[in-house]
Write a protein that binds this ligand. Structure first.
Ligand code: ADP
Length: 581
């Protein structure tokens, strides 16, 4: 092919005339106004002078092609990009710069373009490739602009190497795919779990993903990105607290954890579905670091694919929520409580009969109470009867405790309260307990004035009785036991503090091992050392005491050192003096 010079030729062979954008180019002779017949402005002359320099200075590779597809002008960037010298290119068809496999198609495209030349911007989603002199290929983006020169239309191409961008896009797509497959794996794993598990984000608790068990529990579908409030109102789900009161929206563990960042562990909740089915659940809500969230949720919503990963939601908190359905557990508890109640009730009568006869027989030696011909008991018989009577007393206490526990569990324990002097109550119980032991000395310290509280007398006696009988039982070597009763200021803000009565029961017995202290108020909880010493007990007394005191608005706590002894503290609200008049 004949070589051409790198000037814009005057070509009369023009194609179609309907170009969208054409750039009129001054004729070359306009650079020499003296010979041109007209007098162009000095700025026009300057532009003409500058044009070749601008062409060279452009940051992209530029080429001008004539209507035969021949390269008639290229800049230095193009030489560098394709690895050719300018002299090797000028006059060659532009397909030289295109991979061989695409050349034929490109020739047809070019012919088609020549029929209706129009401006084509970069990045119009065409997948284009260039070919270097050494045969290597690379992705390019090309913009085209028709240039009308006299009767001919030239085309200027701006060529940009997009290798780096394509590599980035490929890497991004790979990471989106990886994130999606991780999410898919996570969903598959979560779907196998028996508990309802879901992830929500942001202060409105928008769903990220939920497993199958959660959807079954709700009986409704919470869609990805839907807010919790919207889901609740659309699905008709309602939440209730452990005592059956409606749970305000802001108290729902998911929202609480998202808004405050607090971790909620095993909160009791009842979820009532639109179909009326009510499911008791234990809810755990664990706030997660925002960094975990950005990829998971963004990918879920396809944002990663659009390059929006992380930016918008970096501040949002995400929370992992687990709903443990405790229907079975609740049912088992109910059946167990029913059985215990029934058994305790049924035991009461035979225990009362056996206990009554034992007491009666023990009173036989009393001459005044029996006919003169009644036989007296042998000492072994009397001893056996005393054992029976004390076993019966223990059995009565056990059945009473069991009945109390089941009543408490079912919320059926009712207090019958009246104003009562705690000083008198403490004196009474200490006297009664002192009569049961010769090895211990109970010392009582009380104020001079009465301390009146609104009490279920029998229940508070039961608490003090339990604390004193423990002090006696677990002080195996005997010794002093101190009971102190005093008026103190209750906890809370200064102005609102109420007067409280504090009862302190101190012994110097076995003490409670430190590792078992946190659980000692739980039902059936017994310390290791108590059992090692073979001391009888049920582990119900402290549990009942705590619940009974709580029902009075009071509280109980203790200090204990194993081998040194224990000090139990009880607080009970006192009635204001005016109320006791
Ligand atoms: P019980 O005494 O019938 O086992 P409680 O609920 O009253 O049940 O007490 C629970 C456990 O706490 C006891 O088994 C014992 O291990 C421990 N405990 C309670 N009071 C004392 C005490 N004063 N000294 C040492 N251990 C105690």
């Amino acid at each position: 092919m004949k070589q051409r010079r790198s000037t814009i030729p005057h070509n009369n062979d023009n194609g179609a005339d309907n170009a969208v954008s054409r750039t009129p180019v001054p004729r070359p002779q306009s650079a020499h106004p003296a010979h041109g017949g007209t007098t162009p402005s000095s700025s026009g002359a300057m532009a003409t002078l500058l044009a070749p320099h601008l062409f060279e200075a452009a940051p992209d590779a530029l080429a001008v092609v004539d209507h035969h597809g021949a390269l008639i002008l290229v800049n230095g960037q193009l030489e560098t990009l394709f690895g050719y010298d300018r002299s090797d290119l000028l006059g060659q068809v532009v397909e030289l710069l295109i991979p061989e496999s695409l050349r034929m198609a490109h020739t047809q495209h070019r012919a088609h373009y020549a029929l209706a030349p129009h401006a084509r911007a970069m990045g119009e989603k065409l997948s284009l490739f260039g070919r270097r002199r050494d045969g290597s290929e690379f992705p390019v983006e090309i913009s085209l602009s028709p240039i009308e020169v006299e009767d001919s239309t030239l085309v200027m191409a701006i060529i940009r190497d997009v290798t780096a961008r394509k590599q980035l896009e490929t890497a991004l797509q790979a990471s989106v795919r990886a994130a999606e497959s991780h999410l898919h794996l996570l969903q598959t794993v979560l779907d196998q779990l028996p508990s309802g598990v879901f992830l929500a984000r942001g202060p409105q608790a928008r769903l990220v993903l939920a497993n199958r068990a959660a959807a079954n529990l709700w009986g409704a579908t919470w869609s990805a990105d839907q807010t919790m409030a919207n889901f609740i109102s659309k699905s008709g789900i309602r939440f209730f607290g452990p005592t059956g009161q409606p749970c305000p929206v802001e108290q729902i563990p998911t929202l609480r954890a998202l808004r405050t960042g607090e971790q909620i562990v095993q909160a009791q909740l009842r979820v009532t579905r639109a179909d009326g089915i009510s499911v008791p659940v234990l809810v755990t809500a664990v706030p997660l670091p925002a960094s975990l969230f950005t990829s998971a949720s963004a990918t879920n919503r396809g944002e990663a694919a659009h390059g929006q990963v992380g930016a918008k939601n970096a501040e949002e908190r995400m929370v992992l929520v687990v709903y443990q359905d405790v229907t079975m557990l609740e049912e088992t508890e109910r059946v167990k409580d029913e059985f215990v109640t029934l058994a305790a009730h049924e035991l009461r009568t035979p225990i009362a009969v056996a206990s009554g006869y034992a007491q009666m027989l023990l009173r036989v030696p009393d001459e005044t109470a029996v006919p003169s011909d009644a036989s007296t008991l042998d000492s072994w018989q009397e001893e056996a009867l005393r054992d029976i009577a004390s076993a019966m007393t223990r059995l009565t206490a056990l059945t009473d405790d069991l009945l109390d526990v089941t009543k408490l569990q079912a919320g059926r324990l009712q207090l019958s309260r009246e104003p009562h002097d705690l000083v008198a109550l403490a004196r009474r119980i200490c006297r009664r307990m002192q009569a049961t032991t010769a090895h211990h000395q109970i010392h009582l310290a009380v104020p001079d004035e009465p301390l009146v509280a609104d009490l279920d007398v029998r229940r508070v006696e039961q608490v003090l009785h339990n604390l004193l009988s423990n002090a006696i039982k677990y002080s195996v070597d005997g010794g002093p036991i101190t009971v102190t009763l005093q008026a103190v200021e209750g906890p809370g803000p200064k102005r609102q503090r109420t007067r409280m009565a504090e009862i302190i029961v101190q012994d110097h017995g076995l003490g409670i091992p430190a590792d078992q202290q946190p659980t000692i108020f739980e039902r059936f909880s017994r310390a290791r050392n108590a059992q090692e010493h073979g001391i009888d007990g049920t582990g119900l007394g402290l549990y009942l005491s705590r619940e009974l005191l709580a029902a009075h608005g009071g509280s109980i706590w203790f200090d204990s050192v194993e081998g040194q002894g224990s000090t139990f503290h009880v607080l009970l609200p006192l009635l204001e003096p005016a109320m006791t008049d």
